[in-house]
Design a protein around this ligand. Structure first.
Ligand SMILES: NC(=O)c1ccc[n+]([C@@H]2O[C@H](COP(=O)([O-])OP(=O)(O)OC[C@H]3O[C@@H](n4cnc5c(N)ncnc54)[C@H](OP(=O)(O)O)[C@@H]3O)[C@@H](O)[C@H]2O)c1
Length: 230
Protein backbone atom coordinates (compact mmCIF):
# COMPACT_ATOMS: atom_id res chain seq x y z
CA UNK A 1 0.00 0.00 0.00
CA UNK A 2 1.37 3.42 -0.95
CA UNK A 3 1.45 5.74 2.05
CA UNK A 4 0.39 9.38 1.79
CA UNK A 5 2.21 12.07 3.74
CA UNK A 6 1.09 15.69 4.09
CA UNK A 7 3.80 18.18 5.05
CA UNK A 8 3.31 21.85 6.02
CA UNK A 9 6.07 24.38 5.35
CA UNK A 10 7.35 22.12 2.56
CA UNK A 11 9.07 24.77 0.42
CA UNK A 12 12.38 25.02 2.30
CA UNK A 13 14.42 23.64 5.20
CA UNK A 14 13.34 20.45 6.92
CA UNK A 15 9.93 20.43 5.16
CA UNK A 16 11.52 20.44 1.70
CA UNK A 17 14.00 17.70 2.71
CA UNK A 18 11.11 15.61 4.06
CA UNK A 19 9.27 16.10 0.78
CA UNK A 20 12.26 14.90 -1.25
CA UNK A 21 12.94 11.84 0.87
CA UNK A 22 9.25 10.88 0.89
CA UNK A 23 9.29 11.05 -2.92
CA UNK A 24 12.41 8.87 -2.98
CA UNK A 25 10.43 6.28 -1.00
CA UNK A 26 7.65 6.47 -3.62
CA UNK A 27 5.10 7.85 -1.16
CA UNK A 28 2.24 10.11 -2.25
CA UNK A 29 3.23 13.58 -1.06
CA UNK A 30 0.84 16.47 -0.40
CA UNK A 31 3.28 19.35 0.07
CA UNK A 32 1.90 22.61 1.48
CA UNK A 33 3.57 26.01 1.46
CA UNK A 34 2.20 29.48 2.16
CA UNK A 35 3.36 31.06 -1.10
CA UNK A 36 3.59 28.88 -4.22
CA UNK A 37 5.17 31.67 -6.29
CA UNK A 38 8.15 31.76 -3.88
CA UNK A 39 8.53 27.98 -3.88
CA UNK A 40 10.67 27.41 -6.96
CA UNK A 41 12.18 24.07 -5.93
CA UNK A 42 8.80 22.63 -4.94
CA UNK A 43 7.29 23.74 -8.26
CA UNK A 44 10.17 22.11 -10.15
CA UNK A 45 9.79 18.87 -8.17
CA UNK A 46 6.09 18.73 -8.97
CA UNK A 47 6.87 18.86 -12.71
CA UNK A 48 8.99 15.71 -12.35
CA UNK A 49 6.95 13.68 -9.83
CA UNK A 50 3.37 12.63 -10.50
CA UNK A 51 3.09 11.48 -6.86
CA UNK A 52 3.65 15.06 -5.61
CA UNK A 53 0.72 17.48 -5.25
CA UNK A 54 1.52 20.99 -4.11
CA UNK A 55 -0.87 23.32 -2.30
CA UNK A 56 -0.80 26.91 -1.13
CA UNK A 57 -1.67 26.84 2.57
CA UNK A 58 -1.03 29.29 5.39
CA UNK A 59 -1.19 27.37 8.67
CA UNK A 60 -2.35 30.45 10.55
CA UNK A 61 -5.57 30.64 8.50
CA UNK A 62 -8.36 28.12 9.10
CA UNK A 63 -9.95 29.10 5.77
CA UNK A 64 -6.71 28.45 3.91
CA UNK A 65 -6.43 25.01 5.54
CA UNK A 66 -10.09 24.16 4.76
CA UNK A 67 -9.56 25.17 1.10
CA UNK A 68 -6.50 22.92 0.88
CA UNK A 69 -8.19 19.96 2.57
CA UNK A 70 -10.81 20.05 -0.21
CA UNK A 71 -8.05 19.65 -2.81
CA UNK A 72 -6.10 16.85 -1.12
CA UNK A 73 -6.40 13.83 -3.38
CA UNK A 74 -5.68 10.98 -0.95
CA UNK A 75 -6.55 10.13 2.64
CA UNK A 76 -3.60 10.90 4.87
CA UNK A 77 -1.40 8.31 6.59
CA UNK A 78 1.12 10.78 8.05
CA UNK A 79 0.30 14.43 8.81
CA UNK A 80 3.45 16.46 9.54
CA UNK A 81 2.94 19.88 11.16
CA UNK A 82 6.37 21.25 10.30
CA UNK A 83 5.77 24.94 9.45
CA UNK A 84 7.24 27.16 12.13
CA UNK A 85 8.70 30.55 12.94
CA UNK A 86 11.41 31.77 15.31
CA UNK A 87 11.64 35.52 14.99
CA UNK A 88 12.40 36.30 18.63
CA UNK A 89 16.00 35.68 19.65
CA UNK A 90 17.62 37.05 22.81
CA UNK A 91 16.27 37.22 26.34
CA UNK A 92 13.04 38.69 27.70
CA UNK A 93 14.40 42.25 27.23
CA UNK A 94 15.34 41.79 23.56
CA UNK A 95 13.64 44.26 21.20
CA UNK A 96 12.76 41.22 19.05
CA UNK A 97 9.96 40.45 21.48
CA UNK A 98 7.40 42.97 20.29
CA UNK A 99 3.67 42.26 20.12
CA UNK A 100 3.63 41.40 16.42
CA UNK A 101 6.59 39.01 16.68
CA UNK A 102 5.00 37.26 19.66
CA UNK A 103 1.68 36.95 17.80
CA UNK A 104 3.40 35.58 14.66
CA UNK A 105 5.28 32.88 16.60
CA UNK A 106 2.24 31.81 18.58
CA UNK A 107 0.01 31.73 15.50
CA UNK A 108 2.46 29.70 13.40
CA UNK A 109 3.80 27.34 16.09
CA UNK A 110 0.71 26.77 18.24
CA UNK A 111 -2.41 27.75 16.30
CA UNK A 112 -0.78 26.30 13.14
CA UNK A 113 -0.64 22.65 14.29
CA UNK A 114 -3.98 23.05 16.10
CA UNK A 115 -5.86 24.30 13.01
CA UNK A 116 -4.08 21.86 10.70
CA UNK A 117 -4.96 18.80 12.81
CA UNK A 118 -8.50 20.07 13.44
CA UNK A 119 -9.24 20.54 9.75
CA UNK A 120 -7.48 17.42 8.42
CA UNK A 121 -9.09 15.14 11.01
CA UNK A 122 -11.63 13.81 8.46
CA UNK A 123 -8.76 12.77 6.13
CA UNK A 124 -6.95 11.04 9.01
CA UNK A 125 -9.92 9.29 10.47
CA UNK A 126 -10.59 7.24 7.36
CA UNK A 127 -7.34 5.30 7.76
CA UNK A 128 -6.47 2.92 10.57
CA UNK A 129 -3.48 3.99 12.69
CA UNK A 130 -2.79 7.19 10.81
CA UNK A 131 -0.12 9.36 12.36
CA UNK A 132 0.26 13.00 13.34
CA UNK A 133 3.76 14.40 13.97
CA UNK A 134 4.20 17.95 15.24
CA UNK A 135 7.72 19.24 14.63
CA UNK A 136 8.43 20.79 17.99
CA UNK A 137 11.81 21.54 19.56
CA UNK A 138 13.95 20.50 22.50
CA UNK A 139 13.93 24.24 23.27
CA UNK A 140 10.32 23.73 24.40
CA UNK A 141 11.28 21.06 26.93
CA UNK A 142 10.98 22.12 30.58
CA UNK A 143 14.38 20.51 31.31
CA UNK A 144 16.29 22.40 28.58
CA UNK A 145 16.81 25.68 30.36
CA UNK A 146 18.18 28.92 28.87
CA UNK A 147 17.22 32.58 28.89
CA UNK A 148 17.30 32.78 25.06
CA UNK A 149 14.17 32.93 22.86
CA UNK A 150 11.56 32.70 25.65
CA UNK A 151 8.56 33.10 23.34
CA UNK A 152 9.77 30.48 20.85
CA UNK A 153 10.41 28.11 23.78
CA UNK A 154 6.93 28.77 25.15
CA UNK A 155 5.41 28.15 21.71
CA UNK A 156 7.11 24.75 21.41
CA UNK A 157 6.17 23.83 25.01
CA UNK A 158 2.59 24.67 24.01
CA UNK A 159 2.93 22.58 20.82
CA UNK A 160 4.03 19.61 22.97
CA UNK A 161 1.11 20.20 25.31
CA UNK A 162 -1.29 20.29 22.34
CA UNK A 163 0.18 16.99 21.18
CA UNK A 164 -0.60 15.45 24.60
CA UNK A 165 -4.17 16.75 24.66
CA UNK A 166 -4.96 15.75 21.08
CA UNK A 167 -3.37 12.31 21.50
CA UNK A 168 -5.77 11.71 24.34
CA UNK A 169 -8.78 12.82 22.30
CA UNK A 170 -7.80 10.62 19.32
CA UNK A 171 -7.17 7.41 21.34
CA UNK A 172 -10.51 5.86 20.35
CA UNK A 173 -9.91 6.74 16.68
CA UNK A 174 -6.62 4.80 16.67
CA UNK A 175 -4.79 7.94 15.47
CA UNK A 176 -1.21 8.21 16.76
CA UNK A 177 -0.24 11.75 17.82
CA UNK A 178 3.41 12.57 18.60
CA UNK A 179 5.88 15.46 18.55
CA UNK A 180 9.50 15.48 17.40
CA UNK A 181 12.71 17.44 17.88
CA UNK A 182 14.33 17.46 14.41
CA UNK A 183 17.86 17.98 15.77
CA UNK A 184 19.77 21.25 15.41
CA UNK A 185 19.53 21.53 11.64
CA UNK A 186 21.37 23.68 9.05
CA UNK A 187 18.36 25.60 7.70
CA UNK A 188 17.48 29.31 7.58
CA UNK A 189 16.20 28.88 11.13
CA UNK A 190 18.97 26.65 12.50
CA UNK A 191 21.85 28.55 10.84
CA UNK A 192 25.12 27.41 9.25
CA UNK A 193 26.72 26.19 12.47
CA UNK A 194 24.02 23.64 13.29
CA UNK A 195 24.85 19.97 13.86
CA UNK A 196 23.12 18.15 11.00
CA UNK A 197 21.90 18.65 7.43
CA UNK A 198 18.19 18.88 6.57
CA UNK A 199 18.56 15.55 4.72
CA UNK A 200 19.94 13.78 7.82
CA UNK A 201 17.13 15.18 9.96
CA UNK A 202 14.45 14.32 7.39
CA UNK A 203 15.70 10.76 6.92
CA UNK A 204 15.67 10.14 10.68
CA UNK A 205 12.26 11.74 11.09
CA UNK A 206 10.64 9.80 8.24
CA UNK A 207 12.03 6.48 9.53
CA UNK A 208 10.53 7.27 12.93
CA UNK A 209 7.15 8.31 11.47
CA UNK A 210 6.89 5.08 9.47
CA UNK A 211 7.59 2.95 12.55
CA UNK A 212 5.25 4.69 15.02
CA UNK A 213 2.67 2.51 16.78
CA UNK A 214 -0.22 3.24 19.14
CA UNK A 215 2.18 2.68 22.08
CA UNK A 216 4.03 5.84 21.05
CA UNK A 217 1.04 8.16 21.11
CA UNK A 218 1.38 11.16 23.41
CA UNK A 219 5.20 11.06 23.37
CA UNK A 220 7.93 13.52 22.36
CA UNK A 221 10.85 12.02 20.39
CA UNK A 222 14.21 13.02 18.97
CA UNK A 223 14.64 12.59 15.18
CA UNK A 224 16.65 9.40 15.90
CA UNK A 225 13.81 7.86 17.91
CA UNK A 226 15.09 8.58 21.44
CA UNK A 227 12.25 9.55 23.82
CA UNK A 228 12.62 13.12 25.13
CA UNK A 229 11.31 14.76 28.30
CA UNK A 230 8.43 17.19 27.78
N1 LIG B 1 16.37 24.13 12.23
C1 LIG B 1 16.46 23.72 13.49
O1 LIG B 1 17.57 23.57 14.04
C2 LIG B 1 15.22 23.40 14.27
C3 LIG B 1 15.36 22.92 15.58
C4 LIG B 1 14.24 22.60 16.31
C5 LIG B 1 12.99 22.72 15.74
N2 LIG B 1 12.86 23.19 14.46
C6 LIG B 1 11.50 23.27 13.91
O2 LIG B 1 11.46 22.59 12.66
C7 LIG B 1 10.46 23.17 11.82
C8 LIG B 1 11.07 23.51 10.46
O3 LIG B 1 12.13 24.40 10.69
P1 LIG B 1 13.24 24.79 9.59
O4 LIG B 1 14.54 24.76 10.30
O5 LIG B 1 13.05 24.00 8.37
O6 LIG B 1 12.85 26.32 9.38
P2 LIG B 1 12.92 27.27 8.09
O7 LIG B 1 14.02 26.85 7.21
O8 LIG B 1 12.88 28.65 8.64
O9 LIG B 1 11.53 26.93 7.34
C9 LIG B 1 10.32 27.24 7.97
C10 LIG B 1 9.18 26.77 7.08
O10 LIG B 1 7.93 27.06 7.73
C11 LIG B 1 7.13 27.78 6.79
N3 LIG B 1 6.14 28.64 7.45
C12 LIG B 1 6.33 29.58 8.38
N4 LIG B 1 5.16 30.16 8.71
C13 LIG B 1 4.22 29.57 7.94
C14 LIG B 1 2.83 29.74 7.78
N5 LIG B 1 2.14 30.66 8.47
N6 LIG B 1 2.15 28.93 6.93
C15 LIG B 1 2.82 28.01 6.20
N7 LIG B 1 4.14 27.82 6.26
C16 LIG B 1 4.83 28.59 7.13
C17 LIG B 1 8.12 28.58 5.98
O11 LIG B 1 7.49 29.08 4.81
P3 LIG B 1 8.00 30.47 4.08
O12 LIG B 1 9.14 30.07 3.18
O13 LIG B 1 6.79 30.93 3.36
O14 LIG B 1 8.44 31.39 5.17
C18 LIG B 1 9.17 27.51 5.72
O15 LIG B 1 8.74 26.63 4.73
C19 LIG B 1 9.94 24.40 12.56
O16 LIG B 1 8.72 24.08 13.22
C20 LIG B 1 11.03 24.67 13.58
O17 LIG B 1 10.56 25.37 14.72
C21 LIG B 1 13.94 23.53 13.70
Amino acid sequence: MTETILITGANRGIGLALTKISLMKNMNVEACCRNLRNSKELNELSQRHSNLNIHEMDVTSAQSIINTSQNVKFDIDILVCNAGVNNGKGNIFSKDHNEKAIMDVMMANVAGPFLTIQNFYPNLNKKSQSKVAIISSLMGSQVHLSSNAPIYRASKAAANNLMRTISNQFLNDNIIVTSFHPGWVRTDMGGDQADISPEESAEGLLNQFLNLSMEDTGQFFNYDGKALPL
